[in-house]
Structures are given as structure tokens and as C-alpha cells.
Design a protein around this ligand. Structure first.
Ligand code: OOG
Length: 258
């Protein structure tokens, strides 16, 4: 029988040592359900050291990302408190194996969503929309994995930075969230560009996607949670400097990589 907790421990040790491990799939074939069970067991290990869940993230919502990683399904993972970096704050490269960064859109829930019985209008549950960046860091060698590997590895979640929250009504009144240009730059040099349209055609589509995945795999969607909608461009390797994401009229967010 697959020892879910042992696999979770192996991945958790790799996170804490910031050192790469072989892909789990090279020795232990996992089903997708087992991979999500490993992810859950991993988040339990984090909770045991008071690193609590603060939200969820989607992965592979953009075609560029899915193509970059050779994977085709949307995936969901947990965000925990220790992953948060303040806007303009510092991220230490020593904390990660081979981190990459990608520009995103974040939503904040103003009330709980029951994934099993969601309200028809999910946008009602959102009380903030913000530009964001996600730092991803595969714990696997060469940043290579199968779908099951990356799910077990909490979808490569490592860090996230959120810019200023705007009220959703203000966003809706002022501009089209699905048509904002997205730029990722390092020390003022453009590194990647795209559009918010690259996130599932419209970042608001992340809400039903999150609810569907959360209902299937048991992720809680509590008031105050952050939802990262997924990358708008391919990810770029993180190196020292100031990384900034500009998400059109939604605003910008930055992190100092040291
Ligand atoms: C998996 C995480 C991908 C996204 O936004 O597509 C992701 C990875 O590429 O390591 O977070």
C-alpha cells in the first residue's frame, strides 16, 4: 500500500532543506487521488508547526504555463502563512531549490464558500481583487514532474506577494478584468508579457474552477482566504533584483529577491 504520510514527509523534508528529490513517480506510481492525499498530509505537517492554511491556488490555468510544463489539467494547492511576502518585501533565494516567479491575479473571500453547495453568484463572495505574483519551486530535480508528482508537491507552491486589494465593484465599474495587459520585469527589464485573458479566458473564471476542484479534493474556502487564479505568463527563474508585475489597471506588485 502507498504510504501517503511517508511521501508527504519526504516532500516536506525537501521543502525545509531546500534540496531537490527524485520525482515520486520514478519509484511510486500514484493516482491523482493519492497525489491529493499526499498534498493534504503535507499541509497537515505544516499545520503541526503552526504554518496554517491561508488560501488556495490554481495551477495550469494558462496555456503558456501548461505548455511550459507539458501538463494539461488545472490543479489546486494550498497557500500557508509562511509563504506570504509583503508587497515590496524580500524573498530569500536560499529558502528555495530553483524558484520561479509568475504574475497572477488574486481574489479574497469576504465570506465562506461551501464547495459542496456554492451560491449561484460566486463573485458575491469576493471582497477584494489584487495584482499578485506567485513564487513556485518544484521540489523535484530539474523542475520536472508528472501531473501526480506536482499535485503531491502542493503544486510547487512556495511564496506569494499580493498588491493593493481593490473592491470588486470598483474593478467591475472601472475596467475589464479579462483584458488587462500583464508584464513581469526584473530591475526594470521586461521578462514576460501576456494578458489577464490568458488566465482561463477571464480571471473571474478561476472562482468556479476553484470551487469545482475544492469540492473534489477537500480544500476549505473560508472567509478571508486568498485565491490565486493562476499565472498569466510562463514562469521566469528567480534571481536577485526587484521583480515587478504590472497588471494593467489592477495595479502592480513587487518583491525584492535577495
Ligand atoms: C506548477 C504550478 C503552476 C500556475 O500558475 O500555472 C502554477 C509548476 O509549474 O511548477 O502555479
Amino acid at each position: 500500500m502507498t504510504d501517503i504520510r511517508l511521501l508527504a514527509r519526504t516532500l516536506d523534508d525537501a521543502v525545509r532543506a531546500a534540496s531537490a528529490i527524485p520525482q515520486l513517480s520514478s519509484s511510486t506510481p500514484l493516482t491523482l487521488d493519492e497525489a491529493y492525499a499526499v498534498q493534504r498530509a503535507g499541509v497537515e505537517l505544516r499545520r503541526e508547526r503552526s504554518d496554517d492554511v491561508v488560501g488556495v491556488k490554481l495551477g495550469f490555468t494558462s496555456k503558456a504555463k501548461a505548455e511550459q510544463m507539458g501538463v494539461s489539467d488545472v490543479i489546486i494547492g494550498y497557500l500557508t502563512g509562511s509563504m506570504a511576502v509583503g508587497d515590496g518585501g524580500a524573498f530569500n533565494l536560499g529558502k528555495a531549490v530553483h524558484p520561479r516567479i509568475e504574475p497572477e491575479v488574486a481574489f479574497r473571500l469576504g465570506r465562506d464558500i461551501d464547495p459542496a453547495a456554492p451560491a449561484a453568484d460566486l463573485t458575491d463572495a469576493v471582497d477584494g481583487v489584487a495584482p499578485a505574483m506567485e513564487i513556485i519551486d518544484s521540489r523535484y530535480r530539474d523542475f520536472k514532474f508528472s501531473l501526480e508528482d506536482v499535485v503531491a508537491d502542493n503544486t510547487s507552491a512556495c511564496g506569494f506577494v499580493i498588491g493593493e486589494w481593490l473592491p470588486p465593484q470598483q474593478v467591475r465599474d472601472r475596467f475589464d478584468l479579462s483584458a488587462q495587459p500583464v508584464r513581469l520585469s526584473v530591475d526594470g527589464h521586461d521578462e514576460a508579457s501576456g494578458s489577464t485573458r490568458d488566465i482561463l479566458g477571464d480571471p473571474w473564471q478561476a472562482l468556479p474552477a476553484v470551487v469545482r476542484m475544492a469540492a473534489q479534493y477537500g480544500h476549505p474556502l473560508a472567509a478571508g482566504s486568498v485565491l490565486l487564479a493562476g499565472a498569466a505568463t510562463a514562469a521566469i527563474p528567480l534571481r536577485p533584483g526587484t521583480v515587478r508585475a504590472d497588471v494593467g489597471e489592477l495595479g502592480s506588485v513587487s518583491v525584492r529577491v535577495v
